[in-house]
Design a binder for this molecule. Structure first.
Ligand code: MN3
Length: 294
């Protein structure tokens, strides 16, 4: 079961200005082949399908904890997209003024025609995320190798998305996820090392550029966030520390497995309505609703 908290992993700064094209680029990190939906659902299915847990419990616990963290990642990327799209068309309730004409040349028309200027489970080109991105082979070595590659591809795409925008909201999200994705790369490398004896850490980093090059990532690494793997359960999935231990392959700091700290994260942004998308908040209607809710 999943226990959910109404918190966002980090405090996202307000975008400098609405930018539907930046939002379109960020979609790749949500619903692209190497996006957060892919990491979430790969590890989720691999954990559901994991056989031989008695013998291989730490590997199961590792995959399950990372899967749970990924839910918070799809949430964080989605809010970034929503914030970049907020105010992207002309706000107001009069349809005759063509309030959406100001957004009509943006790259992804699904953002306002299919959704209320919000995130969708698709990539930067408007291709829907699909289940063929999930690899759950039944072979642990093959799955861990796949996950290692998936996280390295995800990292490459995050860096390219970072290079595509100077928006502080998008860059804050990417900086944090570069660090957390970096933890997952090292976790799968460590898992492969424990399983096979191969020195996978020698391959790192892929791509060949340190998180310390990115201001927004460096701030989290200074607090040691790149060394922490979290237990995303009050009492279960507790043996992942048998894999997540030893020195970090890049800077030698000790790897720590610990429960997700109490109060982790930040309040979730509450976005203003966009009445031009034909979802007006009529004051009389709100009064009626309040009455019915007591
Ligand atoms: Mn992730």
């Amino acid at each position: 079961m999943i226990l959910r908290m109404d918190r966002l992993l980090i405090d996202l700064p307000k975008p400098k200005a609405p930018s539907p094209n930046d939002a379109a680029a960020v979609q790749e990190l949500l619903g692209g082949k190497y996006g957060e939906m892919s990491t979430l659902l790969n590890y989720t299915f691999q954990s559901f399908n994991f056989r031989g847990r008695k013998e291989l419990r730490p590997f199961y616990d590792l995959i399950a904890n990372i899967a749970t963290e990924e839910y918070g990642h799809i949430e964080l990327v989605s809010y970034t997209i929503n914030m970049l799209l907020s105010g992207a068309s002309t706000q107001g309730a009069d349809p005759t003024k063509a309030p959406l004409s100001s957004i009509k040349d943006a790259r992804n028309s699904y953002h306002w025609i299919a959704a209320g200027q919000t995130a969708l489970p698709m990539d930067s080109m408007g291709n829907w995320w699909n289940g063929s991105y999930v690899n759950s082979s039944g072979n642990l070595k093959q799955d861990l190798l796949f996950n290692f590659n998936l996280e390295c591809g995800a990292r490459a795409n995050k860096i390219r998305a970072y290079e595509s925008t100077k928006d502080p909201c998008a860059r804050a999200m990417i900086g944090y996820l570069l660090v957390r994705g970096g933890v997952h790369i090292v976790a799968y490398a460590r898992a492969l090392e424990k399983l096979t004896g191969a020195d996978v850490g020698k391959l790192l980093p892929i791509p060949d550029i340190s998180n310390k090059k990115f201001t927004e990532a460096k701030a989290h690494e200074a607090k040691g966030l790149h060394t922490k793997l979290y237990q995303f359960s009050p009492s279960d999935y507790s043996t992942a520390g048998k894999i997540w231990n030893g020195p970090h392959p890049e800077d030698g700091q000790e790897l720590v497995f610990e429960p997700l700290p109490e109060g982790y994260g930040a309040p979730v942004p509450d976005l203003e309505p966009e009445p031009q998308l034909n979802a007006p908040m009529d004051p009389d209607m709100l009064a009626d609703i309040a009455k019915r809710l007591g």
